[in-house]
Design a protein around this ligand. Structure first.
Ligand SMILES: CC(C)(COP(=O)(O)OP(=O)(O)OC[C@H]1O[C@@H](n2cnc3c(N)ncnc32)[C@H](O)[C@@H]1OP(=O)(O)O)[C@@H](O)C(=O)NCCC(=O)NCCS
Length: 145
């Protein structure tokens, strides 16, 4: 899997993908902050084309998956599953015991991916996300590494 470190030079292309695939996209500043904070920011590319990217925040012994995105034109080809597999390897390499994330109940694709890759639901944050009408809960999921 061709994964490499994300740099600030990637942010134009990252933002193009981010704005197309997320209902509440991160801002350029969110990515810049993640890079500045030393989070694990990786780009998944093939022959110079960005297929997706991820941002992982390792803490003491658990890592929070803050962003995983596959470009709209490359979704549903197994790439998200592969990228998540790589993320788990990176987290294991950093001696993390578990991977945590939050997901909207309406994000059928992401929920399908996580349920299919050994994540389980461990909680609910009520009204966590802004939604078209009001707020939407976040499902909290974990995967033991
Ligand atoms: C979630 C996401 C990363 C999945 O990536 P992907 O490359 O399209 O997913 P894959 O092709 O690897 O699919 C893996 C599994 O996920 C599930 N899945 C993926 N897309 C799905 C969809 N549209 N509907 C239902 N299940 C879906 C399926 O279980 C699938 O396995 P299958 O193809 O054998 O049925 C991608 O849809 C995405 O980038 N979405 C926008 C960003 C986002 O919501 N990120 C997560 C929250 S931060």
């Amino acid at each position: 899997m061709p994964l490499r470190d994300m740099t600030s030079a990637d942010l134009d292309e990252v933002m193009r993908i981010e704005q197309r695939v997320h209902r509440s996209p991160w801002t350029r500043g969110n990515f810049a902050d993640a890079l500045d904070s030393g989070y694990v920011c990786r780009v998944y590319e093939d022959a110079g084309e960005m297929l997706g990217y991820t941002v992982l925040m390792p803490a003491v012994d658990e890592a929070q998956l803050l962003n995983i995105s596959i470009a709209a034109e490359h979704q549903r080809k197994g790439l998200g599953r592969k990228l998540l597999g790589e993320i788990k390897e990176i987290a294991r390499g950093l001696h993390m015991q578990r991977l945590l994330l939050e997901v909207r109940p309406s994000n059928v694709a992401a929920l399908g991916l996580y349920r299919d890759t050994d994540f389980r639901e461990i909680g609910l944050r009520r009204g966590y996300y802004a939604a078209a009408s009001g707020r939407e809960d976040a499902i909290v999921m974990e995967c033991l590494l």
